[in-house]
Design a protein around this ligand. Structure first.
Ligand SMILES: Nc1nc2c(ncn2[C@@H]2O[C@H](COP(=O)(O)OP(=O)(O)OP(=O)(O)O)[C@@H](O)[C@H]2O)c(=O)[nH]1
Ligand SMILES: [Mg+2]
Length: 435
C-alpha cells in the first residue's frame, strides 16, 4: 500500500510525549527515507524535508498549537502540496475516452466510472473499443452487467472507430458514454493513429489517461508522452492499494501539471475515489483530529492577519478592482514588458486564467456581506463555507481568494513603501497565478 512506511513514521512521532528538536529531526529523516521509497523525486524530497525542518523548528508556533500539532500540520500541508490540486469533477452528461498502456486498468476503470456516474443519477453506457485483445469485449460486458448499465460491443470487430460509431448510435439514450480502448506496450504510431481515429468519431469531452501506481515517477513521462501524442484532459492513477510506489506516481503527475481526477484503490467496481490530496493525506497520516487541528491553525493564522487588515483600508472591493485593472487590454502586456525576467516562460493563457479567476472571485464576493467585503478577517471557516455554498463553489476557493487578497494587500504596502524590487514583482506575478 502506498506510503505505508510514512504512515508508521508519522504514527510514531504522533505517539511521542514531547516533540523536541531531536524528534523533529528524526521525523524529517524518516519522511525523507519513506518518500524516496515511495519513488518521490529526490530533489522534491530534499526541498520538502528542508522546508518542513525549517518551519517545524521555528520558535514562534502559531496560536494555540503545541509543537507536535504544529509539526504534524506542516507535514500535512507540505505533503498535500506536492500531491497536487483537487480536481473539479463535473457530474453531468459527457463523453469519456479511456486510454493507456497494457494492463494499466482501463477496462476496470471504465466499469468503475460507469458505476460512479450511475450512483450520481446519470445514465452511463459502456462501449468496448478494444478490438485487439480477444477477452476485452467479455471483460467490459461483465463490468456493464455488474453495475447494470447499457453496453455496446462487437466481438468480431476490427475497426475501433467503427465500433465507437455504432456504439454511439446504439447508446444514444445514455448521457455519460464511456469508451474503453486498447492498450499497447508503449505509445507508438499505431496506438496514436487508433486513438486519434476514435477521437475523431467520438469527440470526447474528456480523454483520460489511465496509469498504474506501480510505475512510480515514470507516470510523469507517460503523461507527457500521451499529452504530446494525442492530448489528455486528466489522469486516473490505479492500483494505489497494491503499490508502494504510488507516492511517485501521484507527485510526479502533479508536478507535470496533469490533472489527476480519480484514483483506483482496488479491483472492485466501488474502488474508485475522486482524487483529493487533502483527505488522502488525512487518511494517510491517520491522525484522528486532524480536521480540528487544521481549523485551529487556520484560526490562529486569521488572528495574525487580522492585525494586517487593521492597518490599512485596502479591502476586498479594492482587491477586485485591482485584479480587474490588471487584465484590462494592454495593462498586462505593459507589465510583462517591464518584467526583469523571461516572460516567454509564462503560459500562453495567462490572460484567460486571470479572467476566469476574476469571474470566480466575483461570484464569491456576490455571496459575501458588505461587512465581510470591508473586513475580510471576519471570514472564518463557517463563513467561508456559507460563502462557498452561496456561490456554488468550493470553500478552498474562498480561502484562496482571501489569501491572495492578503498577499496583494501586503504587496500594496510594499509598493507604497517604495520597496519594490525585482523579487517583489516576481512574487506578485506568482501570486496572481502568472509565474
Ligand atoms: N489492486 C488493484 N487492481 C486493479 C486496479 N485497477 C485495475 N486492477 C487490476 O489490474 C489488472 C488489469 O486491469 P485492466 O482493467 O484489465 O487493464 P487494461 O488497461 O484494460 O488492460 P489492457 O486492456 O490489457 O491494456 C486487472 O487484474 C485488474 O483487476 C486497482 O485500482 N487496484
Ligand atoms: Mg482493457
Amino acid at each position: 500500500m502506498v506510503f505505508d512506511n510514512l504512515k508508521d513514521s508519522i504514527k510514531d512521532f504522533a505517539g511521542l510525549g514531547v516533540a523536541d528538536k531531536e524528534a523533529v529531526e528524526d521525523l524529517v529523516q524518516d519522511i525523507q527515507r519513506d518518500l524516496i521509497q515511495a519513488d518521490v523525486d529526490i530533489q522534491l524530497v530534499k526541498e520538502l524535508s528542508e522546508d518542513i525542518k525549517e518551519e517545524a523548528l521555528r520558535e514562534d508556533i502559531p496560536g494555540q498549537l503545541t509543537r507536535k500539532e504544529h509539526v504534524l500540520n506542516i507535514v500535512y500541508e507540505h505533503l498535500a502540496a506536492i500531491l497536487g490540486d483537487e480536481p473539479a469533477i463535473d457530474i453531468e452528461p459527457k463523453r469519456v475516452l479511456l486510454i493507456g498502456l497494457f494492463g494499466a486498468g482501463k477496462t476496470t476503470t471504465a466499469g468503475k466510472l460507469a458505476n460512479f456516474y450511475r450512483k450520481r443519477g446519470l445514465t452511463p453506457g459502456l462501449i468496448a473499443a478494444d478490438v485487439h485483445r480477444p477477452a476485452a469485449y467479455e471483460q467490459l460486458k461483465q463490468n456493464a452487467d455488474k453495475t447494470d448499465v447499457p453496453f455496446y460491443g462487437d466481438p468480431d470487430a476490427t475497426d475501433a472507430a467503427a465500433v465507437v460509431e455504432a456504439g454511439m448510435d446504439e447508446l444514444d439514450t445514455t448521457d455519460v458514454m464511456i469508451v474503453d480502448s486498447a492498450g499497447r506496450d508503449s505509445m507508438d504510431d499505431e496506438l496514436r493513429e487508433e486513438i486519434t481515429a476514435i477521437e475523431n468519431t467520438f469527440r470526447p469531452d474528456e480523454t483520460l489517461l489511465v496509469v498504474p501506481a506501480d510505475i512510480g515517477q515514470s507516470a510523469r513521462e507517460q503523461a507527457e508522452t500521451f499529452q504530446e501524442a494525442v492530448g489528455i484532459d486528466g489522469v486516473v492513477v490505479t492500483k494505489l492499494d497494491s503499490s508502494a510506489k504510488g507516492g511517485g506516481a501521484l507527485s510526479s503527475c502533479a508536478a507535470a501539471g496533469a490533472n489527476i481526477q480519480f484514483i483506483g484503490t482496488g479491483e472492485g467496481l466501488d474502488d474508485l475515489e475522486i482524487y483529493d490530496p487533502e483527505s488522502f493525506v488525512e487518511d494517510l497520516l491517520g491522525v484522528p483530529d486532524l480536521e480540528s487541528l487544521i481549523e485551529k491553525a487556520q484560526q490562529s493564522i486569521d488572528e495574525e492577519t487580522a492585525k494586517d487588515f487593521m492597518q490599512g483600508d485596502f479591502d476586498l472591493q479594492d482587491f477586485y478592482e485591482q485584479m480587474e485593472q490588471m487584465t484590462e487590454m494592454g495593462a498586462m502586456d505593459q507589465i510583462m514588458d517591464m518584467l526583469p525576467f523571461n516572460t516567454s516562460k509564462l503560459p500562453d493563457n495567462v490572460m484567460e486564467m486571470q479572467e476566469e479567476k476574476i469571474g470566480a472571485y466575483r461570484t464569491l464576493m456576490d455571496s459575501m456581506t458588505q461587512e465581510e467585503m470591508e473586513d475580510p478577517k471576519l471570514v472564518d471557516d463557517s463563513r467561508a463555507k456559507r460563502i462557498a455554498q452561496g456561490a456554488g463553489r468550493d470553500k478552498q476557493e474562498v480561502r484562496e481568494m482571501i489569501k491572495q487578497y492578503r498577499q496583494a494587500k501586503n504587496m500594496m504596502d510594499k509598493f507604497s513603501g517604495g520597496d519594490m524590487k525585482r523579487g517583489g514583482m516576481k512574487k506578485m506575478m506568482r501570486q496572481f497565478g502568472m509565474g
